[in-house]
Design a binder for this molecule. Structure first.
Ligand SMILES: *Cc1c(COP(=O)(O)O)cnc(C)c1O
Length: 420
């Protein structure tokens, strides 16, 4: 993609995001914290407002007009999400509050009831806390054992080490598709195929891949996949779990209550079929509908276009950061076509503490994240207390990266002057 085309895409979409057009401390906002949460286009905000203004009612239970509109919107959005990740059946999509809840659903409904002492769960050292703590719960309760795939010398997923860990004891492999700290894209097709040779199930944490590229659950052949709406232009409070139909059907309920039942007696009940078995209580109806609007919005642009544009931006971000000698970036360097990583860079700068850096950049209108990014064991593993992280989405521009780099250099010079 050429520079002019790139400008066209960013220029075309930026008007859709009202929040981007504001000043922070008197400077134009440069939002580079997209790996933590994305901004929302008008189409999504409008869908939310339209629902509450015109159609608000509870789903499934009512026969009146508003209830049937709410139900149509809610179930229609499920079709959109199913198409977005190419699920074979719409009931393979379960709405959750976020990816965290989706992983907990699998951990409680499947893990707690299926795993036994000595069974092994393979994770990697780069997992987000959301894909670690629930499995610690399961291990503590069932006696299952957690094993961790290490990194290669270039800080990628070590596929050879993974191969050496998988065995007949392996019952689950739960790994991140694209790391929210290292930025690497993991070889999930291989990971799934190897696990399946041993009859193990595979869960993919797709929080950092689904918003940025085409993700096809049938091509991956994963057993479960999770993502959060708020990182893909949708509101907070909505995310989803994909699971293979028969597998989901075999799982007992996670939470009990309304919506998830078939027939209820005082002392027992039978449960609804999927997806409703796993959607107890009144769901986030407006948010689910807005997630559908986000999917429409992303698909209208084209995930391939979004991906290609972000590859360009990522190459540029790395080129600029690599030119600053004090900057140390974690994770693999982008390959020639930027096919091996997503558009984020976690880094340290020597003299400037990441939190101080984030505070200084905020004064210049620039939003980046500082901390352990919910990957504390990974930071410890890499010998870093915390890192700063800049992350792009398709509405970011090269000019914004320039603004960020200029402010970063000034901060390093300033602190270098004090401590150097
Ligand atoms: C954001 C993120 C999560 C958790 O998402 P929530 O929306 O907080 O549930 C899990 N894994 C990765 C890789 C993430 O980036």
């Amino acid at each position: 993609m050429t520079l002019t085309q790139e400008k066209t895409l960013a220029a075309r979409v930026r008007a859709d995001f009202p929040i981007l057009h504001q000043a922070i401390h008197g400077k134009p906002l440069v939002y580079l914290d997209n790996a933590a949460s994305s901004q929302k286009p008008l189409a999504v905000l409008d869908a939310l407002r339209h629902y509450y203004q015109n159609d608000n009612a509870n789903v499934h239970r009512g026969v009146h007009t508003l209830s049937s509109r709410a139900t149509d919107g809610y179930e229609g959005a499920r079709d959109k999400v199913a198409a977005f990740v190419n699920a074979a059946h719409r009931e393979e999509i379960i709405y959750t509050r976020n990816a965290t809840e989706a992983i907990n659903l699998v951990a409680y409904a499947w893990g707690m009831s299926t795993l036994q002492r000595g069974d092994e769960i393979i994770l990697s050292v780069m997992e987000h806390h959301a894909n670690l703590i629930p499995w610690q719960f399961v291990a503590q309760k069932t006696g299952a054992v957690l094993r961790f795939v290490e990194l290669t010398g270039t800080q990628d997923f070590d596929l050879d080490h993974y191969r050496s860990l998988v065995s007949d004891k392996t019952k689950l492999v739960s790994v991140v598709h694209a790391s929210n700290m290292l930025g690497c894209i993991n070889p999930v097709e291989d990971i799934v195929a190897i696990a399946h040779q041993y009859g193990a199930k595979v869960l993919i944490d797709a929080c950092q891949s689904v918003p940025h590229s085409v993700v096809d659950v049938q091509a991956l052949d994963c057993d479960w996949l999770v993502a959060s709406g708020h990182k893909m232009c949708a509101p907070t409070g909505i995310g989803f779990l994909y699971g293979k139909k028969e597998l989901l059907r075999s799982m007992p309920p996670f939470m009990g209550g309304g919506e998830m039942i078939a027939d209820v007696f005082f002392d027992q009940a039978t449960y609804a079929d999927i997806p409703h078995r796993f959607e107890a209580g009144t769901p986030a109806i407006g948010e689910a509908i807005a997630l559908g609007a986000a999917v429409d919005y992303l698909m209208a642009i084209g995930m391939d276009k979004i991906h290609a544009y972000e590859q360009e931006l990522t190459a540029y971000l790395f080129q600029q950061l690599n030119a600053i000698s004090e900057v140390k970036i974690y994770g693999p360097q982008p390959d020639a076509g930027v096919t091996n990583r997503v558009g984020l860079a976690a880094f340290t700068t020597g003299a400037v503490h990441p939190h101080d850096l984030s505070t200084i950049l905020d004064q210049a209108g620039i939003a980046i994240r500082a901390g352990h990014h919910c990957t504390q064991p990974l930071h410890r593993h890499l010998g870093a207390q915390s890192t700063a992280r800049a992350s792009v989405y398709f509405y970011n521009t090269r000019e914004e990266i320039d603004t960020f780099i200029t402010a970063l250099k000034e901060a390093i010079e300033f602190f270098g002057g004090i401590f150097g």
